[in-house]
Unconditional design. Structure first.
Length: 348
């Protein structure tokens, strides 16, 4: 029984670590999709949380029942053989784009928070990723199991400090004017669609390796609940930062202002979360590309990092603002089909 719960928490940590990438950990993504809409954004986060819990768990249970080696098999099951093939190719480009965003985010941490070269940060991230990729799935579990609890602890620490601020309740209920206010209605769906759609690159092969479906189910529920709590606590913190949209890494700016003693540790945790998403994306891409052309894993990893490295030179904030919403709209159809597909259509 203890082993089952241990495996469920490990799977939950991978789920959280995959979703909590550059935009999520830095706060930039949360601002873009939720916090800039004030109280309406808070409602959007609650909607997103339900989707993360329900569909994250369902995705992994389907993957376990299908014994899918990569997300290609799950998409073929959901979309059919012809449309599924087109979706898988689209997913490859999306994952490459997100890998570029993650590397760019790593560069932004080094440049904005440490005063070092962006290129240095990106190259160090690539070098560390190679080490973890050599270890394989065990390395993926180990990194996430360490980083994710730290991220949750610091998010709650900032939240507790924030709610003690004198004008917290007024800021929480405030609805700022926004020219694109209609996005506050669409964003919970596009945001979760984007994150779950891309997380399947990691979650599908990892869930398929766990033979016990109950473990997979609770891994999805715990992971989705943790994501919801991190979103809520981060949002409550971000709304207290004046001109929050101007910061590349707003969560680090808040930590610097409120609890400077933990500032450098928090910057390291933000980097750790970006790092987990980099290795998660590359892990999923390598598994998928091997279905098309059999090459040594490290050869594919080198190719993926070369392409992502070139894309990472585009400004981090620009990449996130344009790529993430577009990818979100594209992947909405994925979560609709996942929602509609009965779990019993695949036998245990």
């Amino acid at each position: 029984m203890k082993k089952k719960w241990g495996a469920a928490f490990q799977l939950a940590a991978v789920y959280v670590g995959t979703v909590v990438g550059a935009g999520f950990a830095t706060g930039k993504e949360i601002v873009e999709f939720f916090s800039r809409f004030g109280f309406i954004g808070l409602i959007g986060i609650l909607m997103s949380g339900y989707i993360f819990i329900f569909l994250g768990s369902k995705l992994m249970r389907l993957a376990a029942r299908l014994r899918a080696k990569s997300y290609q098999e799950l998409n073929t099951f959901l979309f059919g053989p012809y449309l599924g093939g087109a979706i898988n190719i689209l997913m490859l480009f999306m994952l490459l784009g997100v890998s570029a965003v993650m590397l760019s985010g790593a560069g932004a941490v080094f440049h904005e928070q440490l005063g070092l070269s962006r290129s240095l940060g990106i190259l160090i991230t690539i070098a560390l990723s190679f080490i973890v990729m050599i270890v394989g799935t065990k390395g993926l579990f180990a990194v996430n199991t360490f980083v994710v609890p730290m991220m949750i602890c610091f998010s709650f620490m900032l939240f507790i400090i924030t709610i003690q601020q004198p004008n917290f309740l007024e800021q929480l209920l405030f609805i700022p004017p926004a020219e694109d206010g209609w996005k506050s209605v669409v964003n919970p769906f596009s945001y979760t669609a984007f994150n779950i759609g891309l997380a399947q690159a990691v979650l599908v092969p990892v869930a398929a390796e766990i033979e016990d479906e109950e473990t997979v189910k609770w891994g999805g529920i715990i992971g989705g609940a943790a994501l919801t709590l991190i979103l809520l606590s981060s949002h409550a913190t971000l709304i207290m930062l004046p001109n929050v949209e101007l910061y590349e890494i707003p969560m680090a700016a808040i930590m610097k202002n409120l609890v400077y003693g933990f500032y450098w540790i928090y910057v390291l945790i933000i980097y750790g979360e970006i790092f987990t998403s980099v290795i998660g994306n590359v892990y999923g891409l390598e598994k998928q590309l091997n279905n098309y052309l059999k090459l040594p894993s490290m050869v594919w990893v080198c190719i993926i990092f070369t392409i992502s490295y070139l894309g990472s030179f585009v400004n981090y904030g620009t990449l996130l603002s344009y790529l993430y919403p577009v990818f979100g709209y594209i992947t909405i159809i994925f979560i609709v089909l996942l929602w509609m597909k009965p779990l019993d259509s695949v036998k245990k």
